[in-house]
Design a protein around this ligand. Structure first.
Ligand code: LRH
Ligand code: MN
Ligand code: MN
Length: 424
């Protein structure tokens, strides 16, 4: 963790300026009947989970260029997550990926407790082979033609639940790479039947207070067809499995130009929106940092979430899922958590009564202007003040750099190997 005195010293340098900005924004918002303290409370209550795998430098299938002081194993990753939470107060939980993060659950719990972290959804992995598992997922996992391979994948998912139960997780996210690369390679319908049958077996093992999330993705690694390719299939899965099954929306998993905020609204309407993997994208599943390419779209997603936040039973698991190739992953995750929180706060200051009035009048121009007014409001003072009050950093990236955390861990963590492709 970073020494508290460093955070305090960094905050002391910025506190007077922040107070001025916060008061000025408060006065501006008050003129429109918005109470700044209510927004600051919302910012304080907001949390998004860090993906354990996001703390290491990502990579593509061409190469991976690891940075200094890369985490080696889950304990290092948790240390990095602890720092992100310490500086942002916006990332209280970590989402684990098995087998990448396999460790003694008691050790995971002890480490998380030491760092003040909790665990969010578990992620299973049957998109690559596991050491010690005899059967290959080359031709699929939960939808494989071979029953023994399906069984191995089912057991892996059950193991993820068992680990999760011991560390306080309450959800399992299932994303599979199953599909096909050639027309005719597989039966599109029977492959889906096999998948559903496998998921039903996993669902049967789900503890009563858990949820299972199906995560759809249009393509990759299968390039002709994918078993769980879009939200329609994901909704079918969640509806067929039962009440504890919901859909997870990864922002990078759609065809270009798809209206994701509309998918969000539909899934909430069906009682089937479970959570998110936040990231941004330009071309496909790029896993770019949240809010860097299409911040307005992120805002529009949150606009739906805020508009529908009183929907009975709505309980969203907010998680980040990004791959950091050219930045220090800790810095990317700090900034991303802030961008996601920013979209939430901006969406919270939409004048909903005015918006509804414009809708009733069919005044499209003013309805759009109402959204833009919120999106254009610089809410940084609210985010910074929420952090300051929590003992986190007014400027988390500057404070992180001033603390020299990366250099310190680089001195004690063995250098990671470069070269080779891979997503983590
Ligand atoms: C698949 C995905 C899924 C995996 C993660 C590593 O593209 O989004 O969530 O678990 O990446
Ligand atoms: Mn994802
Ligand atoms: Mn993805």
């Amino acid at each position: 963790m970073i020494e508290t005195s460093i955070i305090e010293a960094e905050n002391a340098r910025r506190q007077a300026g922040l107070a001025q900005d916060y008061d000025a924004l408060g006065a501006r918002l008050a003129r429109n009947g918005v109470e700044i303290e209510a927004l600051t409370r919302r910012a304080t209550g907001f949390g998004v989970a860090i993906p354990s795998w996001g703390t290491g430098t990502g990579g593509t299938r061409f190469a991976r260029f690891p940075g200094e002081g890369e985490p080696n194993g889950i304990m290092d990753k948790l240390d990095d997550c602890g720092v992100i939470q310490q500086l942002t107060d916006a990332t209280p939980r970590v989402s684990l990926h098995i087998p990448w993060d396999k460790a003694d659950p008691a050790d995971l719990m002890a480490k998380a407790e030491e760092l003040g972290l909790g665990f969010d959804a578990m992620n299973s992995n049957t998109f690559q082979n596991h050491e010690g598992h005899p059967l290959s997922y080359k031709y699929g996992s939960l939808s494989h033609v071979d029953i023994a391979t399906r069984q191995q994948a089912i057991e892996h998912n059950i193991e993820c639940i068992e680990i999760g139960e011991k560390i306080g997780s309450k959800a399992l996210t299932v994303w599979i790479g199953d599909g096909s690369n050639f027309p005719g390679q597989t039966s599109l319908s029977r492959q889906f039947d096999r998948y559903l049958e496998s998921m039903k077996r996993i669902y049967a093992r789900l503890p009563g207070d858990w949820r299972i999330f199906s995560e759809h993705k249009i393509y990759e690694p299968a390039f002709y067809s994918t078993v769980v390719q879009d939200w329609g299939t994901s909704l079918m899965i969640a509806q067929e499995l039962g009440d504890q099954a919901q859909c997870l929306v990864d922002l990078g998993h759609h065809a270009p130009n798809v209206n994701i905020e509309m998918i969000v609204a539909r899934l909430i309407r069906a009682g089937k929106l479970g959570g998110f993997h936040f990231n941004d994208s330009k071309y496909g599943d790029d896993d770019l940092d949240s809010g860097t390419i299409e911040p307005f779209r992120l805002f529009l997603v949150f606009n739906e979430l805020v508009e529908l936040e009183d929907t009975p039973g709505l309980n969203l698991a907010h998680m980040i899922d990004q791959s950091h190739n050219v930045t220090d992953p800790i810095e990317s995750l700090i900034v991303s958590a802030g961008e996601i929180q920013r979209a939430y706060v901006q969406a919270s200051l939409v004048d909903r009564a005015a918006l509804e009035g414009y809708r009733q009048e069919n005044d499209a121009l003013m309805a759009a202007a109402t959204l833009r007014a919120a999106f254009r409001t610089d809410v940084e003072p609210i985010l910074a003040e929420a952090r300051r009050r929590a003992g986190a950093a007014i400027d988390p990236v500057a404070t992180y750099r001033a603390a020299g955390y990366r250099a310190q861990v680089a001195a004690r963590r063995p250098k990671a190997a470069g070269g080779g492709g891979g997503i983590v």
